[in-house]
Design a protein around this ligand. Structure first.
Ligand SMILES: Cc1ncc(COP(=O)(O)O)c(C=O)c1O
Length: 384
């Protein structure tokens, strides 16, 4: 008698890499020019530049590095505040602290998991220098409100579009709307070269600063353009370039962005449609439907009710062979946040409820319809 074979797990994330990417990498290796700021990087920057409608684009080793460059370029002074969601990736808060500023955490909106403009307005002060909306899961933030704040209060808007390459808000490219935009091309992202990122910059003055910070604090970028005869140390910088080997992968990854997003959108929509009855019975909270704003559909998430059932549901999904995951542990309630910033559990109740109840389902370029359906059945069974 043959033992019944266990079905293969439905993977939470897998990146898709083609033979063409391998060939592009081999070409760079054969060229012997593998460092940052080379021919391939420049081509990729101009592709992203065209997408963002003309912002200056600098490829970076990660989204985290791009965040660090943005806040250093803003020249924060001690005590300067930056408002960001606590439901965000740790690199944003690190980047603010490393630049000498102070992170001020605000709530997200429960329906979108994006930064709440109303809560940000309550926290604006004479010390606020910047606001950092995160397009969570690729869904656009309410940029009209943040841009108005930027104009009225003179604060910089730094868009964290790490999840959002290829998404749009009112026709405009996410990551190309604020003063700065940050992309991540990490392995876990929809378009990836393993580790990588980009910074988009819209003001000329900030471009010059960011170029110097990226090249170890020197004006080497100007030198390479032929604008100066030699390059010299101008301020504190670091090495924030992406090597051309990784840029070669990225060049192919971002060639056909919209078909990739359309595929993710299909699975996203199927999850939402098929899980709607569970939401109607109050057992889960689903993300808002996709509207005319064009989400990059990077993440599909749901929230379990009651909140205390979340970990039980995660375990049941795991037993059913479905890889699923929680997401951000709120920064204000983290050990470092509490010790250094004096924030406390209970400060941001919506954020805390979202973080404790959230589950992300598999969504990646190799996901098949049968796997989406299996996941939906497992969620129905686990939630009950
Ligand atoms: C919202 C957000 N911002 C920034 C980052 C940092 O990007 P990277 O991993 O490329 O440094 C991440 C990483 O997952 C993220 O989720």
């Amino acid at each position: 008698m043959s033992a019944r074979r266990k079905p293969r797990p439905v993977r939470f994330h897998r990146s898709l890499h083609s033979r063409e990417e391998a060939e592009a990498v081999a070409r760079v290796l054969r060229s012997g020019r593998t460092g940052g700021g080379g021919k391939v990087s420049r081509r990729v920057e101009s592709v992203i530049r065209r997408w963002t409608g003309g912002a200056r684009v600098l490829l970076t080793p990660s989204g985290s590095a791009a965040l660090e460059m943005a806040f250093q370029a803003l020249r924060l002074r001690p005590g300067d505040e930056v408002i960001l969601p606590s439901f965000a990736f740790v690199s944003a808060a690190n980047a603010i602290l490393r630049a000498g500023g102070r992170p001020v955490f605000a709530e997200v909106e429960e329906e979108s998991l994006n930064l709440s403009p109303d809560d940000v307005r309550r926290r604006l002060s004479a010390r606020t220098r910047a606001v950092l909306p995160v397009h969570y899961g690729g869904r656009p933030c309410r940029m009209d409100e943040f841009l108005a704040m930027g104009r009225q209060k003179g604060v910089a808007i730094v868009e964290d579009a790490a999840h959002a390459y290829g998404g749009r808000w009112q026709g405009k490219p996410l990551g190309g709307i604020g003063d700065f935009g940050v992309y991540s091309f990490h392995e876990t992202k929809s378009f990836s070269c393993g580790e990588g990122g980009a910074l988009t910059i819209r003001s000329k003055k900030l471009v010059q600063r960011a170029e110097v910070i990226q090249e170890k604090g020197t004006d080497r970028t100007k030198f390479l353009r032929g604008d100066v005869g030699q390059y010299v140390w101008r301020e504190v910088g670091s090495s924030y370039l992406l090597g051309d080997v990784l840029a070669a992968i990225l060049e192919i990854q971002i060639r056909d962005v919209q078909p990739q997003i359309a595929r993710r959108r299909r699975w996203w929509q199927m999850y939402r449609d098929e899980l709607l009855p569970l939401a109607e019975s109050g057992r889960i909270v689903l993300p808002l439907p996709l509207d005319e704003d064009r989400s990059a559909c990077h993440i599909f998430h749901l929230q379990v009710r009651p909140v205390r059932d979340r970990n039980r549901v995660l375990r049941a999904l795991s037993r059913a062979g479905i890889e699923s995951s929680f997401h951000f542990v709120p920064l204000h309630s983290s050990p470092f946040g509490r010790r250094v910033l004096g924030t406390r559990r209970g400060d941001l109740p919506i954020t805390e409820r979202v973080a404790r109840s959230l589950i992300r389902l598999p969504l990646h370029p190799l996901l098949r319809e049968s796997e989406v359906k299996r996941t939906i059945r497992a969620v129905r069974k686990a939630v009950g």
